[in-house]
Design a binder for this molecule. Structure first.
Ligand code: ADP
Length: 208
């Protein structure tokens, strides 16, 4: 099964991907996490990726498509979190899947208002080791799985969030119609606890 999650930034794609992976034994492909791994190095390429991410700008399609190609070559059971992020990526992805006789089964659009997301940004912390996402009103918490100190992502400030949201509206939203026309789009309400949202997703993809 190939499943794509589309949502505005900070809507909980990563959290839901983790829940889906654990229950459905499916491979999690997060372009954001793959890119954050790249930014841990110190060469020129890594620094240019880091600079763009910290501003909330998209990384070039060539780089993203190469990352995806390397991932899907070994698996036909994937959840895509953060990809595709524009029409060019969506169209190139269709061709890439066709070449290896794969298809997209579900595209889930997580519907949630911007005002709710702006409030979430300030309380969002992530594990620098396993990328798990947490919500706390104050710093100094540890990851419950890795016992390392949680950090704030550099792009989780209100100012950068505005930019990320603008990029989402301009570049990512058009792919909703693209997948609607292909008959694979499902809309779920993403304003709720992580369990409630997961229940909404399960209604679409079915219980195992
Ligand atoms: P969120 O969903 O919270 O915005 P992500 O972790 O998915 O965060 O992405 C963080 C950043 O990584 C984006 O703002 C962008 O700079 C970059 N990025 C992730 N996926 C893509 C993609 N498919 N195409 C281009 N840039 C991407």
């Amino acid at each position: 099964m190939n499943l794509i999650l589309i949502a505005p930034p900070a809507a909980g794609k990563g959290t839901q991907s983790e829940l889906i992976c654990n229950s459905y034994n499916i491979n999690h492909i997060s372009t954001g996490d793959l890119l954050r791994e790249i930014t841990k190095k110190n060469d020129e390429f890594s620094l240019s990726v880091k600079e763009k991410m910290e501003k909330g700008l998209l990384i070039s399609d060539d780089i993203i498509l190469k990352l995806i190609k390397d991932e899907i070559i070994n698996s036909n059971n994937n959840i895509f979190d953060g990809f595709p992020r524009n029409l060019e990526q969506a169209k190139a992805f269709d061709l890439m899947l066709k070449e290896i006789n794969q298809k997209i089964d579900y595209v889930i659009y997580m519907d949630i208002d911007k005002e709710i997301l702006e409030k979430r940004i300030s309380s969002r912390y992530v594990c620098p080791n396993c990328n798990s996402v947490y919500s706390f009103n104050e710093p100094d918490h540890e990851c419950s799985k890795c016992s390392v100190k949680l950090i704030k992502r550099k792009d989780d400030t209100l100012e950068v969030y505005e930019n990320r949201y603008k990029v989402y509206e301009e570049s990512t939203k058009p792919i909703i119609n693209y997948y609607k026309n292909q008959g694979v789009l499902y809309c779920v309400d993403a304003d709720g606890s992580k369990e409630e949202v997961f229940a909404n997703i399960k209604k679409v993809i079915g219980e195992i």
